[in-house]
Design a protein around this ligand. Structure first.
Ligand code: GLA
Length: 381
């Protein structure tokens, strides 16, 4: 309902909105952004050579070929403002323009990080009072993506101003002269206004950690937000932890499956230079990624949930359904999905997306034994 109403509003006011720079940019993020971000693995211990090496690894590992595109610098790159208020990088980033050119030379795009507050979460300079100047600076470097993180903004803005805070940078980016993906992390029910005010993605949760419990707590708590997602504007349940070592491979497969069903941005957060073959397989499976990147841009939802069991379903552009049958606890559980319950006819064929194998035609339902902390991820048509 919400989504339909939003579309109508855009259709009526579209010209004016685009002109003022509001409404999430229609030219970027038509499908959920894919890439890598420095935070989950490196925190603020980043520098120019790490970013270059991760860009190299994104190509050599096959991540780029699988669709990953953005190489995103998170918090920790910022230095001081000069006498004219221009933000300079710290001495770990000698030349941002050259870094952007390097990343572009690999056929990739560069992302950067700031805050609407005076300080970022790591205590570095934020964009408060310098929004247009920073947007222009990022564009002049060749930046293609901005993660704009609330952090200290609550110290300078009232709650009633929150949508304006998002909007201000959207307008600044729209006027900066370079298309940039706008990723916003605010406070409260950001999804209510984020797309209309100009964000391409917005965080829906607090920070992820590399733990199974935290991954579950985020992944299965996105219910009800699916109406806000669509081409150009996405819910962001935070970045991937796949390959960082705190979960087992079956748990990382569940993490990846759930994020793809949610049409979440896929921002790998591991060290691409040293990942295991299994991690690479999880991050690059083309049939799994195709669910996330489906052109219809419909976010999946939980269709059944009881105790250890959760079944998530994402309708796909070709009429098929991606379905995740998850066992969140210990021991094996048998899980079924009824075809009629997910809008399919009695007869359907099922393909296992992790095994990349057709399982055959089934009548009425598909039933499978799911091992502990695992999911079976299928496409049913
Ligand atoms: C917040 C964000 C994280 C990361 C850090 C950087 O915690 O949610 O994703 O960007 O700030 O300081």
């Amino acid at each position: 309902m919400k989504h339909a109403a939003g579309l109508l509003w855009v259709a009526l006011l579209g010209g004016a909105l685009v002109h003022s720079g509001a409404q999430s940019s229609p030219t970027v993020a038509r499908t959920p952004p894919m890439g890598w971000n420095s935070w989950n693995r490196f925190g603020t211990k980043i520098d120019d050579s790490i970013i270059r090496a991760e860009a190299d690894a994104m190509v050599s590992s096959g991540m780029k070929a699988a669709g990953y595109e953005y190489v995103n610098i998170d918090d920790g790159w910022e230095g001081q403002r000069d006498s004219e208020g221009n933000l300079t990088p710290n001495n770990k980033f000698p030349d941002m323009k050259a870094l952007a050119a390097y990343v572009h030379s690999k056929g990739l795009k560069l992302g950067i990080y700031s805050s609407p507050g005076p300080r970022t979460c790591g205590g570095f300079a934020g964009s408060y009072g310098h929004e247009e100047q920073d947007a222009k600076l990022f564009a002049s470097w060749g930046v293609d993506y901005l993660k704009y993180d609330w952090c200290s903004a609550g110290s300078v803005y009232e709650r009633s101003q929150y949508p304006e805070v998002l909007h201000k940078m959207a307008v600044a980016l729209a006027h900066a002269g370079r298309p940039m993906v706008y990723s916003f992390h605010g406070r409260g029910a950001v999804w209510d206004y984020a797309a209309a005010e100009g964000a391409n993605l917005w965080r829906t949760t607090g920070d992820i950690r590399d733990s199974y419990a935290r991954m579950l707590a985020i992944g299965f708590a996105q219910q009800g937000l699916e109406t806000f997602a669509g081409p150009g504007h996405w819910n962001d349940p935070d970045m991937l932890e796949v390959g960082n070592g705190g979960m087992k491979d079956n748990e990382y497969r569940m993490h990846m499956s759930v994020w793809c069903l949610l049409a979440a941005p896929l921002l790998a957060g591991n060290d691409l230079r040293t990942m295991t073959p299994e991690t690479r397989t999880i991050l690059t499976n083309p049939e799994v990624i195709a669910v996330d990147q489906d052109p219809a841009g419909t976010e999946g939802r939980i269709v059944y949930q009881q105790g250890p069991i959760a079944v998530m379903m994402k309708p796909l552009a070709d009429g098929s359904r991606a379905v995740g049958l998850f066992n969140r606890e210990q021991g094996v559980v048998t899980i079924s999905v009824n075809f009629r319950d997910i809008g399919l006819p009695e007869e359907a064929s099922v393909r296992d997306l992790w095994l990349r194998r057709d399982l055959g035609r089934f009548h009425g339902r598909y039933t499978v034994d799911v091992p502990e902390h695992s999911g079976v991820f299928v496409r049913i048509r």
